[in-house]
Write a protein that binds this ligand. Structure first.
Ligand SMILES: Cc1cc2nc3c(=O)[nH]c(=O)nc-3n(C[C@H](O)[C@H](O)[C@H](O)COP(=O)(O)OP(=O)(O)OC[C@H]3O[C@@H](n4cnc5c(N)ncnc54)[C@H](O)[C@@H]3O)c2cc1C
Length: 347
């Protein structure tokens, strides 16, 4: 990848929005680059890879993990340049070209930019206990990932919101014993999930916080929990600890550039997904407009709209949108190849 090359469109963020946007940008013949902070594509779906998603149009109930695989396959159809592990920290326009600056010092050049940052870079809130980080390679988890790794284990989940309760309910039939501790008296998840939790074999400890981790070798073997009301400390034996204390979200450079904001995380766009800065468009969870829906399905339309706006910005005489894929010549050769491989769904 040459950093001197000027791309037609640079998409910041490789979540569902960024990936579908890259696909549609390919349909519009735009030289495309995706820049993603994490070392993987898929965005927030990595928070719920094991969950089943029901509300993407035309897709039967599918795990988050499979949706990521499908999105990545579709998003790379037209071979966009994909840059992983790079955090965009600033965008400046110089002589009609945007300089997309990264924390590493790299500068990517682009004629237009589509922001697909979601709520920015999300990182799980970590346990603030000295030395806790060394267990992240053994049995301290901030995301659940595969359920099978908890099979037959004694699991402590720390947290009182939806994610923590949800994982407690999901792991109950898988693990040997699940304990959930929360620093407040009451859980704050959905009523139905809390009822399920109360009716299950999950042991609830409130108001308790993790005070100390005890190790045998490289692994946590027991945890001391302190009761916030009485100060009493209880030590429980564990095979795994899952911490669900929420996420720190950082929209970073959005704050420095001159975007109109809505709330802490969103920027305002018009119906063409244009921001207030000509040549910079946005889509997905990051954007706000009247009637905005925070659904993956909505991200797709917004991504395509942003691409069409970028295309017209670059080529005012271009068609307003791409020709539908079922009748688009661009796919003829690809269809022939897939046909030969027997890889077209529904045939
Ligand atoms: C627990 C949970 C369950 C959900 N379930 C559903 C569901 O069932 N159905 C549904 O439709 N929706 C669901 N959603 C919502 C859905 O996940 C979001 O609407 C969707 O992920 C938004 O996609 P996005 O690409 O806009 O943002 P994201 O998925 O957040 O992706 C944004 C990407 O941009 C990257 N990024 C941010 N800042 C930078 C930067 N400065 N430089 C480089 N990269 C950057 C981030 O690392 C991230 O990968 C759920 C959300 C959560 C949290």
């Amino acid at each position: 990848m040459s950093l001197e090359e000027v791309y037609d469109v640079t998409i910041v963020g490789g979540g569902p929005t960024g990936l579908y946007t890259a696909f549609y940008a390919g349909m519009r013949d735009l030289g495309t680059k995706i820049i993603e902070y994490h070392p993987h594509l898929g965005g927030k779906l990595h928070v719920y890879l094991e969950k089943v998603i029901w509300d993407i149009g035309g897709l039967p109930p599918t795990t988050g993990e499979r949706v990521v695989e499908n999105l990545v396959e579709q998003g790379t159809t037209f071979d966009p340049t994909v840059v992983l592990g790079e955090r965009v920290t600033r965008i400046e326009r110089k002589a009609g070209v945007f300089e997309v600056r990264c924390r590493s010092g790299a500068v990517h050049l682009s004629r237009t930019v589509i922001l697909a940052l979601g709520y920015g870079v999300l990182n799980p809130k970590k346990l603030t206990i000295d030395g806790a980080e060394k267990f992240e390679v053994t049995n301290l988890y901030y995301t659940v990932g595969s359920l099978s790794r908890f099979r037959g284990k004694r699991v402590l989940i720390s947290g009182g919101g939806n994610a923590a309760i949800d994982w407690a309910n999901t792991l109950e039939p898988v693990a040997e014993q699940v304990t959930i501790s929360h620093r407040r008296e009451e859980f704050t998840g959905h009523e139905r999930s809390i009822l399920d939790l109360r009716a299950s074999s999950v042991r609830t400890m409130t108001p308790y916080s993790i005070k100390e981790l005890h190790a045998e070798g490289d692994e946590i073997s027991s945890v001391s929990l302190e009761n916030a009301a009485t100060g009493e400390v209880e030590k429980i034996e564990v095979d795994a600890v899952i911490v669900n204390h929420g996420f720190d979200s950082d929209v970073g450079f959005i704050e420095e550039n001159d975007f109109r904001r809505k709330g802490e995380y969103c920027i305002v766009v018009d119906e063409h997904m244009r921001t207030d800065i000509p040549g910079i468009f946005a889509a997905g969870d990051l954007v706000y407009y009247d009637g905005k829906l925070h659904l993956i399905s909505g991200c797709f339309v917004e991504g395509a709209t942003a691409v069409n706006s970028a295309k017209l910005y670059l080529e005012p005489e271009a068609e307003e949108s791409a020709y539908v894929s079922s009748h688009n010549e661009r796919f003829s050769e690809k269809n022939r190849r897939l046909e030969l491989q027997g890889a077209i769904g529904g045939r």
